[in-house]
Design a protein around this ligand. Structure first.
Ligand code: AHR
Length: 341
């Protein structure tokens, strides 16, 4: 009898240990209240604020407890926040990484703690990275860069300038971040097929409007000194494009006419700028990931397997080419009322 009891106790112990080694939350009571740690990059842009609101409201709307941290654009702050979530024993971690590298140790700690991770927005670059998260909800940054380049080629063709020498300046996002790396690569590869389309200056504006303005002022000064006027601004987000527009106006030039302005994100202020004629186009990158985050967690907590990667669509809005290429571009004026970020 004693022997049987010992065997049963051992089996029960093994069962508890095996359960503890897996995800803490999977195969759980799907209706139990959850605590979700959300590590956000910062609040550097309207896009980012829209993302924070979307994810936070969806988590709280599901009746779960939200533990939120804004890392103020500092990677070390994100690492510290994630470690705090582990200490607090949250049920899930939602995480948008500021840059692609430097996460190996902290994501191993999350995995060892058995806390399921839902990645949002930006990419990471580490070996076997798919083993560290349940799902990655994102936008295709390289396609956004390609779409921006294709729009420029279509626009120059439509306006009879495709064979002219065209000087492009580029406002890059945060150096080392997925969108900076991939929006640059997609755009360069696309316009690179035309040797007369030259990227003459390219610097980071850190995805911030003020910094975009400051860098654009320097671009204009150098272009004037070199006697090589700027024809196009390609900004990795709308916030920096809006900063560049201010700098161009202060330099006595007309944005949208003297200089073609291309942005990414499709924020409300970019739509206003397009309708005012100050900006030419924006490539949509939706931050509205909250409902998908909740859906993924609900599937996972009920024992399901959500898709490993979920991409949003890339849509391009302008006020010129939409009527020439209705299958490629959408009229900004038709969608302005739908802008919620
Ligand atoms: O990672 C998405 C990018 O980050 C958005 O394009 C930008 O506006 C934000 O700050």
């Amino acid at each position: 009898m004693k022997k049987l009891l010992a065997i049963l106790l051992t089996l029960a112990l093994v069962f508890v240990m095996v359960a503890a080694c897996g995800d803490n939350a999977a195969n759980d009571d799907p209706n139990r209240p959850l605590t979700i740690g959300f590590s956000q990059i910062g609040s550097e842009s309207d896009w980012r604020v829209g993302n924070t609101v979307s994810v936070s409201e969806a988590i709280e709307g599901a009746g779960w407890t939200l533990v939120f941290n804004d890392a103020n654009q500092v990677q070390e702050n994100q690492i510290r926040a994630i470690r705090d979530f582990i200490t607090q024993g949250v049920d899930y971690i939602v995480f948008g990484p500021i840059v692609e590298t430097g996460w190996d140790s902290v994501l191993q700690e999350v995995k060892d703690a058995g806390i399921p991770l839902v990645m949002i927005d930006r990419t990471i670059d580490m070996p076997n990275q798919e083993d560290y998260y349940v799902t990655w909800i994102t936008n295709n940054f390289e396609h956004e860069g390609i779409a921006a380049g294709n729009w420029l080629i279509d626009y120059l063709t439509h306006t009879g300038r495709i064979n002219d020498d065209i000087n492009i300046v580029e406002l890059q996002g945060t150096v080392g971040s997925g969108p900076q790396i991939q929006r640059l690569a997609g755009f360069h590869a696309t316009v690179g097929a035309h040797s007369n389309l030259r990227i003459t200056q390219s610097e980071t504006g850190n995805f911030e409007t003020e910094m975009g303005k400051t860098v654009m002022e320097a671009f204009l000064t150098k272009a004037a000194a070199d006697g090589d006027p700027i024809d196009v601004v390609y900004a990795h987000n709308d916030g920096m494009a809006l900063g560049a527009i201010q700098a161009i106006k202060e330099a006595g030039l007309t944005p949208g006419e003297d200089i073609i302005i291309i942005g990414i994100d499709a924020v409300a202020l970019a739509f206003e700028a397009i309708l005012a004629g100050d900006m030419n186009v924006t490539v949509e990158c939706s931050p509205l990931m909250g409902p998908t985050v909740v859906d993924v967690i609900q599937q996972h907590v009920a024992g399901g397997t959500p898709p490993k990667t979920i991409f949003n669509n890339v849509r391009v809005f302008d006020e010129t080419l939409y009527s020439v290429f209705p299958d490629r571009y959408l009229k900004a004026g038709d969608d302005v009322a739908n802008r919620v970020y």
